[in-house]
Design a protein around this ligand. Structure first.
Ligand code: HGY
Ligand code: MN
Ligand code: MN
Length: 431
């Protein structure tokens, strides 16, 4: 499916990205990992995800950028500008996807940033500091339950003990994959980046929600990023014969898990209705053992994702869910174990950069919406070591993490133009 962009006014009078090239490369990346119904699956460290990073490196080489790949596979491509030693303006996102995801979550930010850099370099735009495109590895939590892996390592946010329960559906441990790359507890620090080498981090991303479309806006400027509390709840009852075991004798782990799943939905709906600070709760994955029709489920593992813009709301609901799990288990005389995966705080983005991006949109007559992000992003980790900003482009019907994820080509190009303009002004000290 080729994207065709209508004519688009450049955000800056003298400089315009190459829209056709941007959409061509986005199309090429989106074909890697394509599956049923146009879905895309590039789980972190899978062959498809590796191939997408290989294609990106090829495009960066073609652009004549200076490339650095760190030990986990984060890719940095740099153009030096007038002062190679100055802190760089970074822009990027991720290429890994959820299972059967869409074409735009992540690649829009990586290819949009690459296109901005190519435009700067080709036009020899005078810049006081270097600019870099970055592609972070493992932004999605889909494979291991652990999200923003690459950017967390760069920001020095990873403790090896946090990875204990980061295990994929086949039992592969994230810790073992890191070890196979020579990444251990005592050399994690070698993956962090010195914050003094970064002037700011910018991320162009699809909104993954309905606000921009509903409000008829083309650009979203992000104030803060919701953060997840992620953990597993493992109910252990007793596997038994589905035909001979009387109902009153069963220790059915799946029925217990089902009660917790509906409780999570109820408590998040109630909380969102009465309290400020929207909260969402999801059980997106479940493992059932023995998982056959003629055996009462003996063990069930739920993967739970609870998020809010306000930490207090998230913490309160998460602890209520854990208490409820214990009550359900006690009432049914089965066991339940809570396995923590990650506990994140909501992240405010940089006020100065928000004002700069507002100013750029105002100057160019672009309708924008100032808004929080319900989805997590690499910017939430980069915001811990440098000034960070996010630029959203609209998602059709607000759909994402779904094959029908769609953003209009001209919206993607406009987002890349705004990113380009922001990079120029930041690199030349306007930010
Ligand atoms: O899960 C998220 O919020 C994002 O899509 N990684
Ligand atoms: Mn995503
Ligand atoms: Mn994303």
């Amino acid at each position: 499916m080729a994207f065709m962009a209508k004519a688009l006014f450049p955000v800056t009078s003298e400089l315009a990205i190459n829209k056709r090239r941007l959409l061509r490369d986005l199309n090429a990346i989106s074909r890697i990992g394509i599956g049923d119904h146009g879905s895309v699956t590039r789980l972190v460290f899978s062959i498809k995800e590796l191939r997408s990073r290989q294609l990106l490196i090829h495009l960066m080489r073609q652009a004549g950028l200076k490339i650095h790949v760190d030990r986990i596979g984060n890719i940095f491509a740099r153009w030096n500008g007038h002062n190679p030693k100055a802190p760089a303006v970074l822009a990027g996102s991720h290429l890994d996807t959820v299972v059967q995801g869409g074409k735009f979550d992540g690649p829009v930010g990586v290819i949009g940033a690459l296109e901005a850099l190519r435009t700067l370099k080709e036009n020899k735009v005078p810049l006081r500091c270097p600019v870099e495109v970055v592609c972070f590895v493992g932004e999605e939590s889909s494979r291991f339950g652990y999200s923003t892996l690459g950017s967390s390592l760069v920001a020095g946010e990873v403790q090896i003990e946090d990875l204990t329960h980061a295990v994929d559906a086949h039992g592969t441990k994230l810790e073992d994959i890191l070890a196979s790359m020579g990444i251990y507890r005592d050399n994690l620090a070698s993956l962090t980046r010195d914050p003094s080498t970064i002037k700011a981090y910018l991320e162009l991303h699809i909104e993954q929600g309905p606000i921009l479309e509903t409000k008829g806006k083309k650009i979203g400027l992000v104030t803060s990023i919701a953060a997840p509390t992620r953990f597993k709840a493992v109910f252990t009852g007793q596997a038994d014969h589905s035909g001979t075991t009387p109902m009153e004798m069963r220790k059915d782990a799946l029925v217990a898990a089902a009660k917790l799943i509906t409780y999570i939905e109820e408590v998040c709906r109630e909380f969102s209705a009465v309290e400020k600070g929207r909260i969402v709760g999801t059980v997106g994955a479940m493992k059932i053992e023995p998982g056959v029709m003629n055996a009462v489920p003996g063990k069930v593992e739920l993967s739970i994702d609870i998020r809010s813009i306000t930490a207090e709301a998230k913490d309160r609901v998460a602890s209520q869910v854990k208490d409820r799990a214990a009550e359900i288990a006690r009432a049914r005389d089965i066991d339940v174990e809570i396995l923590p995966i990650r506990e994140e705080l909501p992240v405010p983005l940089n006020e100065e950069l928000l004002l700069l991006t507002k100013h750029i949109c105002d100057q160019n007559g672009i309708a924008y919406e100032v808004m929080p992000s319900g989805a997590g992003h690499d910017a939430m980790q980069m915001a811990k070591i440098t000034r960070a900003a996010m630029i959203f482009v609209p998602s059709k019907r607000g759909i994402s993490h779904n094959p029908s994820e769609w953003t209009e080509p001209e919206d993607i190009c406009l987002g890349s133009q705004v990113l380009l303009e922001t990079m120029i002004r930041l690199a030349n000290d306007e930010g």
